[in-house]
Design a protein around this ligand. Structure first.
Ligand SMILES: [Zn+2]
Length: 219
């Protein structure tokens, strides 16, 4: 096994999952340089307000070099990055949202995206985050419309209308009177999380909090 690991290390040299720098040995932790990087949110920057989402906690600014790694995670078949990001997000949840939820779920991609990508990055992130919190993430939402990617729209209003009605709770009895924590990879205007939260609340959830690994800096 050790030999096989070293062969893999030569073929695919281990990289920091936060900045992409080459590492001596594989690790899920941020490298030394990343530990001191300016993408970490301060406690006052970590919590974003919402309407349907009463509080959304984030861990890092969505900026380079981390942005490049997030895009590898989402689009370039690097599902393993979730193992590095989940524990970081879990730490924020433990600190900012203790006792605020009964269930953990995620903002799902559509079936078409899932088939194209091969995995749902928010699901993997939610599963790794829940694992680090000593619990399990449960599927509560499905995406019923394949709308244009939010990242293609800059205007806040357009982002809101683009996601209206795209989610559904197939089994409302799972959420009735429960407090739900929704997990997503990136929070930009918060429109996606708000819509997911609205859908959960209409299905009977009593309170919604959220956690997104990245927060997009204001322009
Ligand atoms: Zn790094």
């Amino acid at each position: 096994m050790a030999i096989w690991d070293s062969v893999l290390d030569i073929l695919f040299p281990p990289r920091c999952k936060f900045c992409g720098a080459l590492l001596d040995k594989s690790s899920l932790d941020p490298c030394r340089k990343c530990e001191k990087a300016d993408f970490w949110l301060t406690p006052t920057q970590a919590v974003a307000p919402g309407t349907e989402v009463s509080r959304c906690v984030c861990a890092v600014w969505y900026q380079d070099p981390l942005r490049t790694e997030i895009s590898r995670f989402k689009f370039q078949n690097h599902p393993d990055h979730a193992k590095a990001y989940g524990p970081v997000l879990a730490k924020q949840i433990r600190f900012f949202l203790p006792g605020a939820y009964d269930l953990i779920t995620w903002v799902p991609v559509s079936q078409a995206t899932l088939e194209k990508r091969g995995y749902d990055q928010a699901q993997l992130l939610a599963e790794e985050t829940a694992k680090a919190l000593g619990t399990q993430a449960v599927p509560l939402l499905v995406k019923i419309k394949n709308n244009p990617a939010q990242s293609s729209l800059m205007d806040g209003r357009k982002r809101e209308s683009n996601v209206a009605g795209v989610y559904k709770v197939p089994d409302p009895k799972l959420v009735k009177d429960r407090r739900v924590l929704i997990i997503d990879d990136i929070r930009t205007t918060g429109a996606t999380l708000e819509e997911a939260a609205r859908t959960l609340r209409k299905a009977g959830a009593s309170q919604i909090v959220a956690a997104a690994f990245c927060r997009t800096p204001r322009k």
